[in-house]
Design a protein around this ligand. Structure first.
Ligand code: SAM
Ligand code: SF4
Length: 343
């Protein structure tokens, strides 16, 4: 109990802080780069997969989480991918992380295809919330971008998440001009009428095929303006470190929606996350080209203090972020594809 009560006072722990004073509070962990979909804004037509023997084991991932939580007070973990639910026995990893001392929230971003089978076991394993990607409400259109016949399965997965007891199920939609921007109001109506928490995401230059163009980005402002034509909306206070600005409907109906304007209005100045790829590369910034291999330390079972020292050095080097590039009108780089990093 002494250990746990110490952690509840997390403030007493030293923090992972960068040169700009930003503190890491959340981990985003890609558990695999494999996926049953082939979304055109996320991966190239023929993805280069990480070799199986380079993928971190559940114990190595959990070790990383434990060092971050017990040494530095990091308390939130999001599992992502690739598609996290294609990793065998993912529930075991969820349980290991959820029961790691100091971890207060374990959540997942998934394409939803396997939720009909797995929602309940994930909930029982300790997963606290789930975000499901849904880029179109029209099956043919959805299948055009994912290149898989899976729309009905995803809808089934969304229902399964609700009936398994996940509250505040979030739906992510990447808005790409000419693909699904004519569905913005339909998505808003889904939030209004059916109580979902809808998240509109600006298209980022991580498609792995270099076909991203600024013209295809529908800005958060434009998304908001389109929704405001039909609904009266009220902004909510932004949570510290959140990439989203959230809104509710003035008439008090239904759910909420959020806008993640990573291109036109990024919140790099209070970014509080650190990313780990499936093969053990630490990525301090999604828009940066630097990554640092922590896998040798995890695989060789080195002392926690050595891993902690490495983490401190890497986080110190975190670049200021995309905000400064946009201000300088610098060209955004296609650094890596989204399936390789986990969004
Ligand atoms: N496979 C899961 C899924 O699709 O939800 C998790 C991994 S996916 C890489 C994580 C999130 O990144 C998803 O919500 C996905 O829609 C989003 N995403 C993928 N490519 C993107 C891009 N180029 N720009 C913005 N978001 C993107
Ligand atoms: Fe797979 Fe998710 Fe990327 Fe689509 S966005 S290809 S579901 S990892």
């Amino acid at each position: 109990m002494a250990l746990l009560s110490g952690l509840e006072e997390g403030q007493n722990l030293p923090r992972l802080m960068d040169l700009y004073g930003r503190v890491v509070r959340k981990l985003r962990i890609s558990v695999t780069d494999r996926c049953n979909f082939r979304c055109s804004f996320c991966m190239p037509e023929t993805p280069a997969w990480i070799p199986n023997d380079s993928i971190l084991s559940f114990d190595e991932i959990t070790r990383f989480v434990r060092v971050c939580s017990t040494k530095f007070g990091v308390d939130r973990v999001r599992l992502s991918g690739g598609e996290p639910l294609v990793r065998k026995d993912i529930e075991k990893l969820v349980a290991q992380i959820a029961f790691t001392p100091g971890i207060k929230h374990t959540c997942m971003t998934t394409n939803g295809t396997y939720l009909a089978e797995k929602a309940r076991s994930l909930k029982n394993a300790g997963l606290q919330s789930v975000t499901i990607s849904l880029h179109s409400l029209r099956p043919e259109r959805f299948e055009k971008v994912t290149r898989v016949n899976g729309h009905a399965k995803v809808l089934e997965g969304i229902r399964a998440a609700k009936s398994a007891g996940f509250v505040n199920v979030k739906l992510n939609s990447v808005i790409v001009r000419g693909y699904n921007d004519d569905e913005i109001l339909d998505f808003a109506t889904l939030a209004h009428d059916e109580g979902f928490n809808m998240r509109f995401i600006e298209y980022m230059p991580f498609d792995g095929r270099k076909s991203w163009q600024m013209e295809k980005v529908v800005s958060g402002d434009e998304i908001l303006a389109r929704i405001a034509k039909k609904y009266r909306i009220v902004p909510l206070e932004r949570e510290r470190g959140s990439t989203a600005v959230n809104y509710r409907f003035e008439d008090g109906a239904g759910g909420e929606f959020g806008i993640i304007a990573s291109i036109t209005r990024p919140f790099c100045s209070d970014c509080d996350r650190l990313r780990l790829t499936a093969d053990g590369k630490l990525v301090p910034c999604l828009f940066g080209d630097k990554e640092y291999d922590i896998s040798p330390l995890l695989k060789d079972d080195r002392a926690d203090d050595e891993i902690a020292q490495f983490l401190k050095e890497i986080v110190r080097l975190k670049p200021p972020g995309v905000e400064s590039l946009i201000k300088a009108s610098a060209e955004l780089k296609h650094v890596r594809a989204m399936y390789q990093i986990g969004g």
